[in-house]
Design a protein around this ligand. Sequence first.
Ligand SMILES: NC(=O)c1ccc[n+]([C@@H]2O[C@H](COP(=O)([O-])OP(=O)(O)OC[C@H]3O[C@@H](n4cnc5c(N)ncnc54)[C@H](OP(=O)(O)O)[C@@H]3O)[C@@H](O)[C@H]2O)c1
Length: 363
Amino acid sequence: MTSSTRPERPSDAAAALREGWRLIAGPTPGPTEADLAVLRSRRIVMLGFGNQARAQAMNLRDAGVRVAVALRASSGRIDEARRESFEVLEPEEATALADLVIVAIPDRAHAEANEHLFRPFARSGTILGFLHGHSIHAGEVVPREDLAVIMVAPKGPGSTLRERFVQGQGIPALVAVAQDPRGDAREVALAFARGIGCGRSGLIETTFAAETIADLFGEQAVLCGGVLALASSAFEVLVERGAPPELAYLECIHELKQVVDLLYARGPSGMRAAISETAEFGALEVWSRRGDLVDRGRLEAILDAILSGEFSRRLAADQRSRDAWLRTERRNADEAPLEPAGRAVRSLMPWLEGGRDAPGTPR
Ligand SMILES: NC(=O)c1ccc[n+]([C@@H]2O[C@H](COP(=O)([O-])OP(=O)(O)OC[C@H]3O[C@@H](n4cnc5c(N)ncnc54)[C@H](OP(=O)(O)O)[C@@H]3O)[C@@H](O)[C@H]2O)c1
């Protein structure tokens, strides 16, 4: 973990990825009184009340840590936060009061928050707590040098973070420090990670750069990009050969859930042990010739674009053009033939999240 007073830069990226990460704490039953002592004397502000913020504020509070929520006057979530009995403050006032500001707003809003909130209003020594490293790593946010900058990045969405906490479990988190003018940032980062329940799983010490690169690569190459690219290509092949789209959707996309659950809980060999021998034979035929199915060069290119900062530049340029590319591609993807097939399959199972009328693309 770096304690430099300089934010990390994309040019450091390849080396930072090699530095990797280190498990600093395996599962612990906490959060205990000792885990949280360093947070109790501090005024903690959760900026935003969305996906991560809501879950993190509730977990911290249930752990016995006092948290106020900061929302813009225009926010539609003020009533929701008050209904959950949180004190709601205006962002400027909250930033000026805070010892720890948890920056739980979308990454694209970080630069504006830095210019209009943190730079003018934060007191010297205040700690900015990020939940993902991209805005700092890409240089979109350059915090004042007298502020500490930490990251606690839970490896899952807020709903899972909250669900696991309530069950007495936790999801792993990556923890990092980018600036530490007072020498207390690491201690606070670890307490924060434990306070939201991540200490009950694994806490992994890393850097903003390594977290960002690995996170972007994982979501693009596999989790959100690659898996669906492969599944939808397979869907198209089955449909082109005459299969009803609903059947193709069921076989190539819907059933992913069962396999992913097995992978999540038991790993690849555990998954193979749980499927039929016919499925395993076919799976190993494809696995043994996976170079035919997956273009390694394309995976390298995805990683290279992340390492060089080219991906971040493309993202920022599109955001400056009011998401022109994103909106077009989102519309095209939303109109793909697998969407109506998916709606038809999900309508057979009205208990699924969103139920029978779920549009599938609620934007
Ligand atoms: N979502 C995940 O699964 C996940 C997982 C790990 C880490 N993270 C990281 O967690 C952070 C938050 O992500 P999220 O998905 O939780 O965000 P989110 O749900 O989209 O955040 C919504 C909240 O952010 C506020 N907000 C949006 N733009 C704002 C602005 N310009 N100024 C002030 N407040 C603004 C909204 O305010 P209003 O109420 O006024 O609309 C709302 O309260 C990100 O850094 C993300 O990378 C997310």
